[in-house]
Structure formats: structure tokens, C-alpha cells
Design a protein around this ligand. Structure first.
Ligand SMILES: *Cc1c(COP(=O)(O)O)cnc(C)c1O
Length: 411
């Protein structure tokens, strides 16, 4: 099909996901390509938050712990489980992804106690590597961190490795790692695998149990649209619940938190991965985002995601003549998840110039511009409009304005 504006408008009219856009608050005049960094606000979240604040908190006060607050981490975890191929009772919504990384790395070492090495990839998301470094500095006798380049992971995967910590979808390039294949290889040498699903959940179909994954963690505020700083989630395969002994042993992970006993005895189920009092307001907003995703046909979602990405890449070539951009995401739709990224030596300035025109993308050092592809609220025609704006920015050298040289502190 030839990609014209008219054709894309036509595709929007027949898009099976077309009714989802109005379920989100997409600000006028924006094409939002940052849903992989902070998802947009679902309309229902506004109503639900108001209800929780006015009625459940305002009127119900402490009684509300008994009517929906107390079991929220597990209830939302069970909903998330349906999005990642996990069983009920294997997922909890809690804490930030970083904190959850701490918990699962410890649990993996406990499940595989004769080995000390935790292996990861130097190109992994920084917080994953930082959490490993912190653990190692505190307990060097229990954990030895080995960070290697991604191409070398296979070579380093040996009988010394207790756990392998990898991110399924690369945060810069959108490259999908074959979870099933890598998990199998790790298991062959007796290593466990922890998957970071932060850029996968809500973007691509995931089948943790189909891959026999051991542990996973992920983010609530990206494709799940759970709101800024939304709680993350943690998956622990049932077979690993017994060996785990929480080190972040807060009272919400206790077998009987309200027995107020002096001794910590962990819950036997997934609740052992809770720590302190759950952040109810954050969980309520997260649940709204999760509920929306639970009503999506992931085959439709993935198909549209691939098409939007492919059209973006094609238009960058045909309409924009690349203009010094180099595609760093996989060209192959099957290997590319929910964003399309380019490198450009003036990437930062260009991203700022685009933002000032309502094309909201983001920049990752040293030179990467990322365009998040969120099929629930992005339209085919938005891609056309965005590439047209990129072309205008590049041809007018709009990005050379001095104000764009100053770096924002959050990008
Ligand atoms: C976004 C992201 C995180 C975020 O961690 P927080 O603790 O929520 O800040 C972690 N890992 C990956 C791979 C991410 O993309």
C-alpha cells in the first residue's frame, strides 16, 4: 500500500482499536510519543481517583482497608498476571521496579544457593545494574555481579551463574530478546532468569510461564498507564515461593501482619514480596490502567504496533529522506517492540524543537531520539503528521535555536 495521508485516515476508520483513544485524555495539539515513558491519563482514572479520595478515604477512612484497599496489591497482581502469562497468585503490584529488582535478585540467589554470580548485560537499563551493584557492595560474600556486553551473555552463561537479569525489550532500541530461548539456555546450565518487563508489558504479548521464567519485574507507569511513579509489579513462579526468605522483611510481607508479633515470619504466598503499607492512591490509578489493558485483544494491539512502527520508518525514508537520522531500532517488525528510535548527532536539540511543535518524543544519551508507539491512543494519521513536522524542523533548521542547547533535568 502506498502511504498517503488519505490512506492512513482510512486505516484509522477501520482500526479495530479505534474506540480506545477516547478512553484516554490525549491533550489537544499533541502527538504523544512518550507513552513508553509516562503513559497518558485514562479518563476513568479521573473519576475513580475522585471517588477514592472523596468516599473511600474521605468518608470510609480506615474501614476502607477492609473494602478493597488491603487486597489491592494481590488483586491487581492477579490482573497483571493475565497480561504476562502468569497464574493467579504469582504476581504482586508493589513498590518501584528498582525495589522489586532487589527483592527478586535476593529470591533468585536463595532459590539457587550454591552459586553467587548474577549476570547482566552492560546495556541493560541503568537502575537494574545499580541495584546489583548496591547488593554486591553490601554482601560481597553472597553475590558476585558480572556485567558483560550483550553479545557475550551466551559465553558467560555457565555453571557459576546463579541468576541472569535481563530486560526483554531494550529501552533505547526497542529490540525484543527471545525470552523463551534465553531462559532455556540459562536453565541448561542451571541458572535462573529474571526478566525486566518494563518496556514489554502493555506493548507486546508476554508468556512468562510458557517460557518457564523464574522471576520478573516491571513498570506501572509506561504502557500500563498507571500514572507518574505508579507501583511496579513482581512475578515469582510458584515453585520459588518456598525457598524465598525476604530480606526487605517489612510487616506487610509477614504471615500475620496484624498479629504484631516480635518475630518476622514471611507469608508463604506472593504476599511475602510486599514490604510496607501499600500506596493505595497509586494502586487505584494503576488498576484503572491495567483494567483497560485487560480488555484489549493483544493480537490487534501488536499488529497495530508493528504497522505504526513500520509506517513511521517508511515515511522517515520516503518523505523525510532520513535527514541525518540513523534507525537504531530493528527494521524487522517481529524484533521491534513499542518504540522506534533514531540516532542523530543533534538528537537533543531536535527532540526539543519537535516538542515545541507538539511532537512529544524523548531523548536518551548520547544521541538517541525515541518515539514510543502506543496503539491504544496513537492514530495512523498521527504518524504522518509527526514525520511531516520532523521534515519541517530539519529543513528549516528550527532545532538550531540557542534555547534548545540547554538540557532539561528530566528527559
Ligand atoms: C523504566 C524502567 C525501570 C524503572 O524503574 P523505577 O524503579 O520505576 O524507576 C526499570 N527497568 C527498566 C528496564 C525500565 O525501562
Amino acid at each position: 500500500m502506498q502511504i498517503t495521508k488519505e490512506n492512513l485516515i482510512q486505516l484509522d476508520k477501520t482500526d479495530p482499536l479505534r474506540n480506545f483513544r477516547k478512553k484516554f485524555h490525549v491533550p489537544e495539539g499533541f502527538v504523544y510519543f512518550d507513552g513508553n515513558s509516562l503513559g497518558v491519563l485514562p479518563e476513568i482514572t479521573k473519576e475513580r481517583m475522585q471517588e477514592v479520595i472523596e468516599h473511600e478515604w474521605g468518608e470510609g477512612l480506615i474501614n476502607s482497608w477492609l473494602t478493597g484497599w488491603g487486597d489491592a496489591p494481590k488483586r491487581i497482581g492477579d490482573k497483571i498476571a493475565t497480561l504476562i502469562g502468569a497464574d493467579s497468585g504469582e504476581v504482586i503490584a508493589a513498590d518501584s521496579t528498582s525495589i522489586n529488582i532487589f527483592k527478586v535478585v535476593v529470591a533468585a540467589l536463595q532459590a539457587n544457593p550454591t552459586r553467587k554470580v548474577v549476570l547482566s548485560d552492560s546495556d541493560n537499563f541503568p537502575t537494574d545494574l545499580y541495584m546489583l551493584q548496591g547488593l554486591e557492595s553490601f554482601a560481597p560474600d553472597k553475590i558476585k555481579v558480572k556485567i558483560t556486553e550483550s553479545f557475550d551473555i551466551d559465553n558467560q552463561l555457565n555453571e557459576e551463574v546463579s541468576a541472569l537479569l535481563l530486560t526483554e525489550v531494550h529501552y533505547k532500541t526497542g529490540l525484543i530478546t527471545n525470552m523463551k530461548e534465553v531462559t532455556k539456555k540459562a536453565h541448561e546450565v542451571g541458572a535462573l532468569v529474571i526478566w525486566d518487563l518494563s518496556h514489554s508489558i502493555g506493548s507486546i504479548p508476554i508468556d512468562l510461564n510458557g517460557c518457564e521464567a523464574d522471576f520478573a519485574i516491571g513498570c506501572g507507569y509506561k504502557f500500563l498507564n498507571g500514572g507518574p511513579g505508579a507501583p511496579g509489579f513482581l512475578f515469582a513462579a510458584k515453585k520459588h515461593h518456598e525457598s524465598s526468605k525476604p530480606i526487605l522483611s517489612g510487616w506487610f510481607g509477614h504471615r500475620e501482619p496484624f498479629a504484631f508479633s516480635g518475630e518476622y515470619i514471611s507469608a508463604e504466598d506472593i504476599n511475602q514480596f510486599q514490604c510496607g503499607t501499600p500506596p493505595v492512591l497509586g494502586l487505584v490509578a494503576l488498576e484503572c490502567g491495567v483494567d483497560l489493558l485487560c480488555n484489549v485483544d493483544f493480537e490487534d494491539l501488536r499488529l497495530k504496533s508493528k504497522k505504526l512502527g513500520a509506517i513511521f520508518i517508511s515515511l522517515m525514508k520516503d518523505m523525510c529522506n532520513m535527514h541525518g537520522f540513523t534507525l537504531i531500532s530493528p527494521q524487522n517488525d517481529e524484533k521491534r517492540a513499542g518504540h522506534v528510535s533514531f540516532s542523530h548527532e543533534k538528537g537533543y536539540e531536535i527532540s526539543r524543537a519537535l516538542k515545541s511543535r507538539g511532537i512529544i518524543c524523548d531523548f536518551r544519551t548520547p544521541d538517541v531520539i525515541r518515539f514510543g508507539i502506543t496503539p491504544l491512543y496513537l492514530r495512523y494519521q498521527d504518524i504522518y503528521y509527526a514525520v511531516k513536522q520532523i521534515k519541517i524542523v530539519m529543513e528549516s533548521a528550527d532545532w538550531r535555536k540557542e534555547e534548545y542547547l540547554v538540557r532539561d533535568s528530566y528527559t
